[in-house]
Write a protein that binds this ligand. Sequence first.
Ligand code: CP
Length: 309
Amino acid sequence: MSKVIQHLLSTKDLDLKLIQCLFSRAEKLKRMRAVLSASERILYGETAASLFWEPSTRTRISFEMAAIRLGARTVHLSPAESSMKKGETLDDTLANLFVLGCRFFVIRHSVSGEVARLASQMKPTAHVINAGDGTNEHPSQALLDAFTIRERRKSFEGLEIAILGDILRSRVARSNLFLLGHLGANCRVSGPPELLPKKLEVPSAKIMKHPDEAVEGADVIMALRLQRERGGINFAMPDKEYLQDYGLTQKRVSLAKPDAMIMHPGPINRNVEVEPKVADGPYSVILKQVENGLFMRMAIYEALQGELG
Ligand code: CP
């Protein structure tokens, strides 16, 4: 196995060998339908805590299910109903959960960098998983996305991947750009000018002014949710107009390769970033991404435990 990691915070510096091990293990777990024998449940006796400052369906539930499949127990702390409401700091809260026996912490926070800061305070036997921090990163999402692409395409080398929508505020886009670039894919991003960064940190990735340019000839098209709740940007466009100008319509998708994969990290907003006929069409892998999330997150726990099978 590749070098062991204590935390999963970013895809930026993930070792290629470790990424390949995660893919292979997730593939094996999928073949086994995530059913493990008692001796394979390497988190037996452990407790995994989830702490989410922002709403979640897929990430929280699939991490909890992954921990259970590996033999752990799970606890969930809802910040609004915790003693943080009485003034306890998040650092103290985590220290308390640690002495109660929690060793895995799946954390989603609205502030970029906060999950990494918390991880830096933890004891060496604690493991933090970044389940999304502000507009920074969502590494497990990118890993399951890449795993889903890998199932249907022979190689990432030279693969043309279009990412459309609210790029500026998307942690999913950032984690995917780092990971897919590292794997050899060429990413093109496009969206409303207000929602595009001035430049990208990944040399192989390009910003396209028009979404049609980004989609043309693409092997994979990934739509992103419009993250209105993050605010900070003066962007107000009626949903219908947004769909026509920047969304995945059947007309736009027809510019890509005939079998182009249609992806979206979820939650999807139908008729905003994607037409229902595209989201539910034959090339959509949106629900496959969710399904694969369980296997990839099991593999992530195993890697953190230092026992990637
Ligand atoms: N893709 C994703 O992070 O979904 P949730 O917000 O439901 O976890």
